[in-house]
Design a protein around this ligand. Structure first.
Ligand SMILES: Nc1nc2c(c(=O)[nH]1)N[C@H]1C(S)=C(S)[C@@H](COP(=O)(O)OP(=O)(O)OC[C@H]3O[C@@H](n4cnc5c(N)ncnc54)[C@H](O)[C@@H]3O)O[C@H]1N2
Ligand code: MOO
Length: 392
């Protein structure tokens, strides 16, 4: 059995070069730029007024000035500057050449065409040309595009961007006991939940899930399932990963030429995880126990889907104080489902008494996975421990 860290390195190495596509920016929220966006204009394109008021000269602040024209946003003043003059100006208008300051109208007394400035302190109220960005500037965030990014791209006059393609992830659940949600299970059957969980999890990471029909526990049915995954960027199988007579995923994958990166890791839950490459397509084989499938999905599938879009996983281990005593750990790194509560300095983490990897109700209540290394000695309440947040 290899360690979680080694397994993650193997899984991430399955991601090929990022595939890209061109899309209009109104579709780009949440997508990841595959190439830097390049500003096609300078912003502001001219020295722009930041206030409604009068364009004046700093050297003439203390004298009466004659208003000789008007500059509004979209309608520049076209006359020339004159001594002892001012131009009525509005926010967003180009400051006419020959004027170096805008006095806001609240600080001006006007009588006909004559103004006097009543308050001469303060800034020049001019946004210089290029203050925001210049033509040729690059915008290349290594994260999902936000609302502000969309606005910036529009302002940069970039209508179309090159983004990482959403990986298409084929999800193949297998098991004779499984029926789809909404069906009445016959004796011995249960409702399949893992495929929906993994679909939600990959969608959260930016992929497009394709849930395949549930495979039966036969070699033929699994072959059909694998064939149905053709064309996907990633295949995730669920179940049939262990050592039982009906656990056939590994066998069928190897018949199809799986170049196996690893099988079995020193992790709890999730020991029978497998990963490799089927031709050009990465494959991750998740264990069937519902909590194991989700925990492995969070730890391996989500980072792989992010890497396929050129993104690093942002989930980091954080520190908490243990709410109760814990016995020593075995030989696998343990991810315990736990709740978090606020406390004076660090959050207080409380693992559930049951860590059964079939209990989805506890998984759904968990705020975090408390991470205990293999061989961790007994811990006392108040000890510092590491956790992986599951929310936010
Ligand atoms: N002799 C051993 N038995 C088992 C071992 C072992 O090392 N030696 N490992 C156990 C561990 S750990 C796990 S995890 C499971 C994983 O087994 P499989 O990946 O082969 O999963 P299945 O046998 O197909 O299913 C396990 C369990 O999960 C339920 N399941 C499966 N798919 C779904 C689904 N899509 N939705 C909801 N529930 C699902 C299935 O009904 C079983 O109850 O093996 C242990 N055994
Ligand atoms: O590793 Mo299994 O995934 O413990 O339930």
């Amino acid at each position: 059995m290899i360690s979680v860290e080694e397994a993650l390195a193997h899984v991430l190495s399955l991601a090929g070069p990022v595939a890209s596509e061109q899309i209009p920016i109104d579709q780009a929220l949440g997508r990841v730029l595959a190439e830097p966006a390049v500003a096609r204009i300078t912003q502001p394109p001219f020295n722009a007024s930041a206030m409604d008021g009068y364009a004046v000269r700093t050297t003439e602040l203390h004298q009466a000035l004659t208003v000789i024209g008007e500059a509004a946003a979209g309608r520049p003043f076209t006359g020339g500057a004159k001594p002892a003059s001012a131009v009525r100006i509005f926010t967003g208008a180009p400051v006419p050449p020959g004027y170096d300051r805008v006095v806001m109208q609240e600080n001006v007394a006007r009588d006909g065409d004559l103004i006097t400035i009543t308050e001469t302190t303060g800034g020049d109220n001019i946004r210089p040309a290029g203050d925001d960005f210049r033509i040729g500037d690059h915008h290349a965030p290594t994260r999902r595009l936000s609302t502000a990014d969309i606005a910036l791209l529009a302002a940069m006059n970039v209508p179309v961007v090159s983004v990482a393609k959403r990986p298409r992830v084929a999800i193949l659940a297998g098991g004779d006991e499984l029926v789809g949600p909404g069906t009445t299970p016959a004796p011995g059957q249960i409702v399949s939940s893992n495929d929906l969980a993994i679909a939600a999890l990959v969608r959260e990471a930016g992929a497009e899930p394709v849930i395949l029909p549930i495979a039966r526990d036969t070699v033929e049915s699994l072959h059909q399932g694998f064939a149905a995954a053709a064309g996907a960027d990633l295949l995730v199988t669920i179940g049939g990963a262990s050592v039982g007579d009906h656990d056939l995923v590994g066998r069928v994958a190897s018949e199809l030429g799986l170049q196996q990166a690893f099988y079995k890791i020193a992790m709890r839950p999730g020991k029978p995880l497998m990963a490799g490459r089927l031709g050009a397509t990465p494959m991750v084989g998740l264990p069937g126990n519902p909590v194991s499938a989700i925990v492995c999905g969070v730890l391996f599938v989500q980072p792989l889907v992010l890497a396929m879009q050129g993104l690093a996983s942002r989930k980091r281990l954080l520190k908490a104080r243990l709410a109760l005593d814990l016995p020593p750990e075995g030989n696998r790194q343990h991810y315990l489902r736990a709740t978090l509560a606020e406390s004076d300095d660090l959050p207080l983490i409380r693992p559930f008494a049951s860590q059964d990897s079939a209990r989805l109700s506890l998984m759904a209540q968990a705020d975090a996975l408390l991470v205990r290394p293999a061989g961790d000695p007994a811990r006392r309440a108040g000890d510092l421990v590491s956790f992986l947040p599951l929310r936010g």
